[in-house]
Design a protein around this ligand. Sequence first.
Ligand code: ADP
Ligand code: MG
Length: 142
Amino acid sequence: MNPQLAQTVNLPVELADTAQNLLDFAGNQKIFLFYGDMGAGKTTFIKALCERLGITDDVTSPTFSIVNEYIGTSAKIYHFDFYRLKNQNEALDMGYEEYFYSDAYCFIEWPEKIPDLLPEHYTKISIQVLNASSRRFVFENI
Ligand code: ADP
Ligand code: MG
C-alpha cells in the first residue's frame, strides 16, 4: 500500500497547517493531483499551498488559460485546471509535458480529464466535503 495521510480540516484558516503537512508528506514529489467535487476546496487549498511556498501573486483558477504560472522567491508553480478540457489532445497541444517534466511544482485540478497523461509518480490529494466548513483530506504518494 502507498503511504497515506488523512486529516479533517474544520475551517479555511486551518489550511495553512494542512498545506505544510502536505509539503512535508510529499517530500521531493512536486506533481500534485487534486481530486474532489466542484466546491470541495481544491483551488482554496492550492492558494494555501502557494502561500506556504512564498507566492504573493493572486491565486485563482486558470479559467481561461488552463494553466497559471506563479513565481516566488524560491519556487515556481504551474497551476492547471483541466475542467474545461474537451479531450486529452488539448493537453498535448498546450505542451503539458514541458510543465510536468520541468522542476517546478505542478498543481493539477481535474486530473480525471487526462487519464492517459498522468506521470508515473505523483502525490494525490482527495478532498471530501463533510459540511459547510469541514473537509476530509487524504494524501497519498503514488
Ligand atoms: P474547487 O476548486 O474544489 O471547486 P473552491 O476552492 O473554489 O473549490 O471552493 C471551496 C469553497 O469551500 C470555498 O468557498 C471555501 O472558502 C470553502 N471552504 C469552507 N471550508 C473549507 C475548508 N475547510 N477547506 C477548504 N475550503 C473550504
Ligand atoms: Mg477549482
